[in-house]
Write a protein that binds this ligand. Structure first.
Ligand SMILES: [Zn+2]
Length: 234
C-alpha cells in the first residue's frame, strides 16, 4: 500500500523506495523549451556546467530537495481526497463586517475556480478572513496549503491555526519534521516543490512582494503544486 504521505508528492528516483516504482506516475526530469534545457521540478534553466562526470546534466537550483538528473525520471502519486473529521473549524471568534465580506468573496471566487488577491494592511485580520474558505475546501475533501517565504510567519501561523482548526496541520520548512500526509499544510514557499498537482487551494502570503515577485522558481512551485482545475471534480 502506498503511504498516505506519498499522495500528491514528487520524488526523484533515488528518493522513492523501488517497491513503489510500479505504482507511481512518471515525468521526464528535464524539459527542453526554446532550445533551453529546464528542470521539470523547479523550471530553472540548466546551465552548461551543471554536469556530472558521466556527462549528464542535473539541476543545481533545487538540489537541496534531492538531485534531479537528466535521464532519470521524476515520480509522483496523484493527490487523494482529504479524509478528516467535521467540523474542521473550532474558532469561535466573530468577523468584522469587512472581514466577513472579504471572506465571502474568497469563497465565491474559489467556487468559480478563479484566483483572488487580497490587499490588507497589517492588523486587518487577514488570517481570520481565510478561515471560511480553508474550512470549506477541507470539508469538501480538498487539500489546502498556506505558503509564506518567511519561516517565522509559517511557525506563527501553524500555532494559531492548530488552535483554531480541529484537524492536524503539517508544518514544512527546511528544518521541519517530514511531511505526514495531512491534507492541510503550512509551508515555506520553496517546500511546495515537493508536491505535484496536490492542492485544491493554495494561499500565498505576500504574493505581490519580494521574494515571490520576479522569482520564476517560486511561481512555478505554486503552479505545479496546485491541482489542475479539471481535476477538482474527479
Ligand atoms: Zn530544479
Amino acid at each position: 500500500m502506498v503511504p498516505k504521505e506519498y499522495y500528491g508528492r514528487l520524488f526523484t528516483e533515488d528518493q522513492l523506495p523501488t517497491d513503489y516504482y510500479s505504482e507511481a506516475l512518471t515525468l521526464e526530469s528535464m524539459v527542453k523549451i526554446d532550445n533551453q534545457l529546464r528542470c521539470k521540478r523547479c523550471f530553472s534553466p540548466i546551465e552548461e556546467e551543471w554536469q556530472l562526470p558521466n556527462g549528464k546534466h542535473y539541476c543545481r537550483a533545487c538540489i537541496v530537495f534531492g538531485r534531479n538528473q537528466e535521464g532519470k525520471q521524476l515520480y509522483y502519486f496523484a493527490s487523494k481526497e482529504a479524509d478528516i473529521n467535521f467540523p474542521v473549524l473550532k474558532w469561535s471568534g466573530k468577523l468584522t463586517s469587512y472581514q466577513a465580506e472579504v471572506s465571502e468573496k474568497l469563497l465565491k471566487t474559489y467556487q468559480q475556480q478563479k484566483n483572488s488577491l487580497v490587499h490588507a494592511v497589517t492588523g486587518a485580520g487577514k488570517t481570520e478572513m481565510i478561515y471560511k474558505i480553508v474550512a470549506y475546501v477541507l470539508e469538501t475533501k480538498g487539500r489546502v496549503a498556506i505558503a509564506s517565504p518567511r519561516v517565522d510567519v509559517c511557525r506563527e501561523l501553524h500555532i494559531r491555526l492548530q488552535r483554531d482548526f480541529t484537524c492536524s496541520i503539517s508544518l514544512l520548512h527546511a528544518e521541519s519534521e517530514p511531511y505526514d500526509g495531512s491534507p492541510f499544510v503550512i509551508a515555506t514557499t520553496h517546500q511546495l516543490l515537493k508536491f505535484y498537482q496536490s492542492f485544491d487551494l493554495i494561499i500565498v502570503d505576500e504574493v505581490d512582494a519580494f521574494p515571490f515577485v520576479g522569482n520564476p522558481m517560486l511561481n512555478h512551485a505554486v503552479k505545479q503544486a496546485k491541482k489542475k482545475p479539471d481535476s477538482l471534480f474527479t
